[in-house]
Design a protein around this ligand. Structure first.
Ligand code: GAP
Length: 514
């Protein structure tokens, strides 16, 4: 784990050094848990969003997109339950004065049992080599079983406390398991209190009677309140979905781990409206569709797992998270929820407007049920970067840092490098770039040795570099270098467009069915 933390620190500084992510307002010493995306970060982020958007709206003829406002009528957040219940249980350490989420402290304690078990398995695997039967070991080893039992016991207590909204019990668990503050190392805890995560502001001047409004904590409500608009104007028939990408804001208590938990972040959400009674089969379908979407990136199937919820929200009848193995453990990247008819019914009640669908096949009206898929762009960004970041030892003792990004997501697709800055090579290079730049994000670079230029492109994950040399002027060929293998080959300039397209086209990802 310590090694993983080291890698994570390097990743964070890599993001800054190579223009992916900067701390916000840095010259004023930053702003907690708010980040800016730099010149390469914004390209990667846009590519992730395009991959999601196209997979929703191009591949499904019954899913359409919208872009609703961040400011919404305040009653929407009453109806959705956010005003009364969008809380996190917080606890303070009286010595360090640091604030924590009580549930996160307990989850970290649970993860410690997994770490202990993994260490036992690792040790045994080393000892027994090829003859090692991991499954049998996990089922029979006394230390593994003891840790499994302790984990299960804590898990049950924790789930019950959450379900009962029992803040005293959450505190008692922290006390009983002797959980200490990572800063002060003490167990001097306050009570556990609820803390609402919405940012509030005012619309209009105070003299006019300003309206207290909220920065939206999720994009989903913008979809629900537009259900009828989209259904009617698009003559949509159930089942159908509405997708949206946009900013969301949460006053997170514990804002840590870089862009994993931010106060301003972006979500990609899709609400899929179905007939009541058919929701669980659609839930299963979307679970499979979404995990395939993730796995198609080729970052490693073992890095994903489902985590079914212990505590179902009162309006949900099924819920799961897709977790990704970050450098700090498996963490939620996406949530998939079967939300019943809660949201539409609640908006009907609070707005006084009828929000129903007339189903011509059933010849009756009903409130549709909803399956939601909700993924954080920034968490997705972090997972892609973490899985792509590699430090490699090269022949001759040299090293390189390379981002093995899925080519379709790479910020720059092709680097165009004249071998020298004279003899007409820059002109030839620019001629090639001017032909290709309409389709691919190209970067021209003539500074420093060719080796240094390759390293710069590896560090931002550029799948291809081409070098223009003196022979290129006469034979109209260039040397193309592949990022991951570093292999080079001579190819006709006329073939470049096809070669690059074959590798970087988003279609390649969208067509993959696992
Ligand atoms: N509409 C449902 C909803 O908002 P959520 O589980 O609270 O559900 C969905 O959020 C996704 O949004 C999460 O899986 C995560 O990827 C992302 N997300 C939530 N809070 C975040 C934060 N503070 N910073 C970054 N991403 C966040």
């Amino acid at each position: 784990m310590a090694q993983q933390e080291e890698v994570f620190k390097k990743l964070v500084s890599h993001c800054k050094e190579y223009g992916f992510v900067f701390p916000s307002s840095e010259i004023y010493d930053g702003l907690g848990a708010v980040y800016d995306y730099g010149q390469n970060g914004v390209e990667l982020k846009n590519n992730i969003k395009k991959y999601w958007w196209d997979s929703m709206t191009l591949l499904n003829d019954n899913v359409v997109g919208i872009d609703s406002a961040i400011f919404m009528h305040p009653t929407i957040w009453k109806a959705s339950g956010h005003v009364d219940a969008f809380n996190d249980p917080l606890i303070d350490n009286k010595d360090s004065k640091k604030r924590y989420r009580a549930d996160v402290l307990i989850e970290e304690q649970l993860a410690k049992y997994d770490d202990k078990i993994d260490k036992e398995v690792e040790k045994a695997a080393k000892k027994f080599g090829n003859t090692f039967d991991e499954q049998k070991f996990r089922e029979t080893n006394p230390r593994v079983l003891e840790n499994e039992a302790k984990k299960a016991e804590l898990h049950t207590r924790f789930a019950t406390a959450l379900n009962d909204n029992n803040l005293e019990e959450l505190r008692q668990i922290i006390v009983d398991y002797e959980i200490v503050c990572p800063i002060s190392g003490t167990r001097n805890w306050t009570e556990v209190r609820q803390f609402n995560l919405m940012f509030a502001t005012e619309m209009g001047s105070t003299a006019d009677g300003a309206l207290k409004i909220y920065l939206r904590p999720e994009t989903a409500q913008g979809i629900f309140v537009n259900f009828l608009n989209v259904q009617k104007s698009g003559r949509m028939k159930i089942p159908f979905g509405i997708a949206q990408i946009g900013k969301a804001f949460r006053n997170e208590i514990v804002a840590r781990q870089f862009i994993f938990r931010m106060r301003e972040f972006e979500q990609m959400e899709m609400q899929f409206f179905v007939r009541p009674g058919e929701e669980l089969q659609w839930f299963e379908k979307w679970k499979q569709t979404r995990i395939q979407w993730h796995k198609a990136l080729g970052l490693g199937d073992k890095k994903y797992r489902f985590h079914d919820h212990d505590k179902l929200a009162h309006y949900a009848n099924a819920a799961t998270d897709i977790e990704f193995e970050m450098p700090f453990g498996f963490k939620e990247v996406e949530g998939i929820h079967s939300r019943t008819d809660f949201d539409l019914s609640s908006h009907e009640k609070f707005s006084g407007k009828k929000i129903q669908y007339f189903d011509p096949e059933l010849n009756k009206s009903y409130t549709p049920y909803v399956i939601e898929t909700s993924i954080g762009v920034d968490r997705m960004f972090l997972s892609v970067l973490a899985a792509s970041y590699c430090e490699e030892e090269l022949e001759g003792g040299d090293t390189r840092v390379v981002l093995k990004l899925p080519p379709a997501l790479a910020p720059v697709k092709l680097a165009i490098l004249p071998l020298v800055k004279k003899d007409g090579l820059p002109e030839k290079a620019l001629e090639i770039m001017n032909n290709l730049k309409f389709e691919f994000h190209c970067q021209y670079d003539e500074k420093d040795s060719i080796g240094k230029r390759y390293r710069r492109q590896d560090a931002i994950g550029t799948p291809y570099c081409i070098t223009i040399d003196h022979d290129s002027l006469t034979d109209n060929q260039v040397t193309i270098r592949h990022r991951d293998t570093m292999q080079q080959e001579r190819v006709p300039i006329a073939d470049l467009e096809t070669i690059v397209r074959e590798k970087v086209n988003m279609k390649n990802l969208l067509k993959i069915k696992n």
